[in-house]
Design a binder for this molecule. Structure first.
Ligand SMILES: Cc1cc2nc3c(=O)[nH]c(=O)nc-3n(C[C@H](O)[C@H](O)[C@H](O)COP(=O)(O)OP(=O)(O)OC[C@H]3O[C@@H](n4cnc5c(N)ncnc54)[C@H](O)[C@@H]3O)c2cc1C
Length: 397
């Protein structure tokens, strides 16, 4: 491959205690938690809104904070962001039993989830982070890191001001794709099976608007053509620029076909919003010091940083070990959100919004306490999380 050598000298324009890369739900929770510990926090987001997939990606269902048997399992910022997402109005699935004092039997029938409005959630999150003193830099992509032995000393970014560097004490990778881990030489793994194509969008139907959770696999057998069949079978990895662009264009094409088809039945059918970031679920993750698996249901972890349920079925509860957030190579780098350390089977459970908030909060507190996560006093971290309202262990349910 032909190469160009760039002669770069990058000015250091900022410095912070905790740098959060990515402003999705995990990054929001992480920045909030770190700021509340008194840290100077900078959050970098390449879009011009907060929320990531949960807002710009139009994935607007805040999946359950409960175990499906009537017990709440996720607390702290995961619960706070749930309320924030519907502070100025919700769209559907209002969990009456949970928010209006239902019995445990009623709670067991209805999961603690809600469909919120993406724009309201993004605006509310931005206001909250600003009030808590987080510096948000939009339109800013992390494009490299500078290393000092086994620590990241600075993060290199690009935005309208050009290419600059931010000196850091600790870094939270909340990019969803473990981008910072890859840049820093931390061990990472890819999602084996790859992702199916999604084409979620909002549409107007003449009497209001609704969410279409359209995906290629949902094309009915009788509607599948020789053109669409290979696309249904296709899987996407999500970390290659060309592939990701193709994926987004296929998703757009699918939405347009859907609109044309629906307009034949209902001329009022109009798309009102399409996603502005790729709708991809599981891409690249850190290989942490522990990798969470579905078999860890009800397993006790001394270093638990919070609990999560399983949105796909009722019953399972998992304690999340702190070790699933950081790796072995880069001391001051920790992950949060859909790029934490999970097996392929467990990833579909750990990638969802409440889990991103649970891991975000833990990463944020940890990053404000230490710049070497392996050496961090976990009991101290757990005390801080408990003080903030997080429940860590099954016996607290
Ligand atoms: C089709 C689909 C349907 C889903 N359905 C649901 C659902 O119903 N309910 C649910 O709870 N979950 C659902 N999920 C999963 C969930 O939405 C996401 O996994 C979760 O929101 C991920 O949050 P995150 O903060 O970890 O990552 P992301 O939301 O991906 O946020 C990462 C952020 O980092 C930014 N970023 C990335 N790289 C850089 C960089 N180099 N520099 C600066 N910024 C960067 C991105 O722009 C983005 O804003 C779904 C996902 C998909 C794709």
């Amino acid at each position: 491959m032909e190469r160009i050598t760039e002669n770069l000298s990058t000015p250091i324009t900022r410095e912070c205690d905790v740098l959060v890369a990515g402003g999705g739900v995990a990054g929001i929770a992480a920045a909030l938690a770190a700021a509340r510990q008194g840290s100077k926090v900078i959050l970098l987001e390449k879009q011009f809104m907060l929320g990531g997939l949960a807002t710009a990606g139009l994935v607007t269902i805040y999946l359950p904070l409960c175990d499906g048997k009537g017990h709440q399992v996720s607390f702290g910022i995961a619960e706070e962001l749930f309320h924030l997402s519907i502070k100025y109005g919700y769209e559907a699935k209002y969990p009456t039993a949970w928010l209006e004092g239902g019995s445990i039997e009623e709670k067991a029938k209805q999961r603690f989830e809600v469909r919120y409005n993406a724009q309201l959630f993004a605006l509310a999150a931005e206001r909250l982070l600003s009030e808590e003193g987080v510096t948000i830099l939009y339109g800013t992509s992390v494009c490299n890191v500078a290393m000092d032995h086994d620590k990241i000393s600075a993060v290199i970014v690009e935005n309208k001001s050009g290419r600059t560097a931010i000196k850091v004490h600790s870094v939270i990778d909340a990019t969803g794709d473990a981008d910072i881990c890859a840049m820093a030489g931390e061990e990472t793994a890819l999602f084996g099976p790859g992702n199916i194509l999604a084409a979620w969008h909002y549409y107007e139907h003449g009497r209001g608007y609704d969410l279409s959770m359209l995906g290629f696999s949902e094309i009915p057998e009788e509607d599948r053509t020789e053109d669409t069949k290979p696309l249904i079978a296709r899987r996407f990895q999500g970390i290659d620029g060309q592939e990701l662009s193709e994926m987004v264009q296929l998703s757009h094409g699918r939405i347009l076909e859907e609109v044309i088809k629906k307009q034949q039945e209902n001329p009022a059918y109009m798309p009102v919003t399409i996603a502005t970031i790729p709708q991809i679920r599981m891409t690249r993750r850190i290989v942490g010091r522990y990798t969470l698996d579905t078999a860890d249901d009800r397993k006790e972890f001394e270093d638990s940083i919070g609990m999560i349920g399983n949105w796909r079925k009722r019953g399972p509860v998992y304690e999340v070990p702190f070790r699933s957030l950081y790796g072995s190579k880069v001391k001051n780098l920790i992950t949060a959100g859909r790029n934490i350390s999970s097996t392929d089977a467990m990833w579909d459970v750990t990638r969802v919004i409440p889990v991103c908030a649970v891991t975000g909060e833990a990463a944020g507190v940890a990053a404000s306490l230490a710049d070497d996560f392996k050496a961090l006093d976990v009991a101290f971290l757990q005390q801080k999380l408990t003080d903030a309202g997080v429940r860590l262990f099954y016996d607290q349910l």
